[in-house]
Design a protein around this ligand. Sequence first.
Ligand SMILES: Cc1cc2nc3c(=O)[nH]c(=O)nc-3n(C[C@H](O)[C@H](O)[C@H](O)COP(=O)(O)OP(=O)(O)OC[C@H]3O[C@@H](n4cnc5c(N)ncnc54)[C@H](O)[C@@H]3O)c2cc1C
Length: 365
Amino acid sequence: MTAFVTTTFLRFKNAERLLAELLTHFAEHATVIRTDSGARLHTSYGTVDIARQQEGLSVGVSSRSAGALAMIKVFIAEHVFQFAHEPVAMVWSGDGADERRLPNFQRLRVLAASSVTPRMRRITFQCEDAAPFVGESHYHARLLIPPQGRAPIWPSLAASGRIIWPEGKDALTSRVYSIRSVEPARNILTMDIVVHGQGGSPGACFAKDAREDAIVGVLGPGGGGRPDAGNLLLLGDETALPTIARMLENLPSTSSADVFIEVEDEGEEQMLVSNARVRINWLHRHGVEPGRSARLEQILREQAAREAEAGRFVWAGCERGQAERLRNILGERSSMRRSSHHIMGFWTRQKAAYEPVEPAQPTSH
Ligand SMILES: Cc1cc2nc3c(=O)[nH]c(=O)nc-3n(C[C@H](O)[C@H](O)[C@H](O)COP(=O)(O)OP(=O)(O)OC[C@H]3O[C@@H](n4cnc5c(N)ncnc54)[C@H](O)[C@@H]3O)c2cc1C
């Protein structure tokens, strides 16, 4: 297989400190194998060799595709600038050195917008190439909403590998959503977007008002996908509902899943389809502010207490504070510690104070 390669040299006085900080951080994203002079990083996009030289750091990247190579360049460049705390001259040579288009960027055209439930809008987009969005590894993407009434200016790549974002009046609004479904044959993507609040939230407003032929951008896919496990406990609020629905649709028939989804009321429930053995439980907030119900925590405590459930993979997506509390519950339970889990904060409630309220009872189907 052809390898795509690129190299750069970072002239930097305190290279030892920069290298140490980069490698500590990279361990969260990649497998880091230390060498005498630096390290080799193994990522899903390719390998990176970083070595300490007399006046800085040399970086070499090798990848199986031009797109993956560019993704690693962005990854390295953004982290170098974050950890260097000062400008670093950085120019790549080799494959893709002159490429200025972001590798995972596409223009999306709105084909249709409709209401799935009173608070959930489904937006159907025509994309340039749906192929990268197929599969179970990466379910999420960053929607880039241009300012109203202005021709969109899209982000591009600098020679350093950093992303150049449009600024001022051309600044884009960026929000993360899940890809609810993909039609590769017709290059169609759909997103289900919660319409929350009284207006003023750009993502919710876009979903509410989206018109046919409106143009937005997308960066992705990224983030996690369906856990590779046969027995799942899935928890989430309505923002996680698109992800959970897609997971269930793609679960093999040999799998099983217990699902708890918190929504405002019965009107927000959706028909969920799966070949697996699935038990769906809807939890209704009935006027309790999103992110303030303690119901998901209560469910997880109950489930975690069942010793027989110790082998299940726990996945959750909800408000950030709630997600933190769910992680703490898993940390407390020795039975659940043995199983794997992935708990994601999907949004942040503006008010910091958390006061638990009496949760509503679930209904089962
Ligand atoms: C990996 C990932 C996947 C996601 N997938 C989806 C998805 O498929 N569908 C979806 O709708 N959302 C999804 N989200 C959540 C979404 O990105 C956030 O809700 C985002 O904040 C919405 O942007 P906004 O402009 O509407 O509100 P913002 O301007 O970001 O928020 C303004 C205020 O509104 C409140 N707020 C934000 N979101 C909500 C909410 N959902 N309910 C109640 N109050 C809220 C908060 O108090 C916030 O401070 C996902 C997030 C992540 C990280």
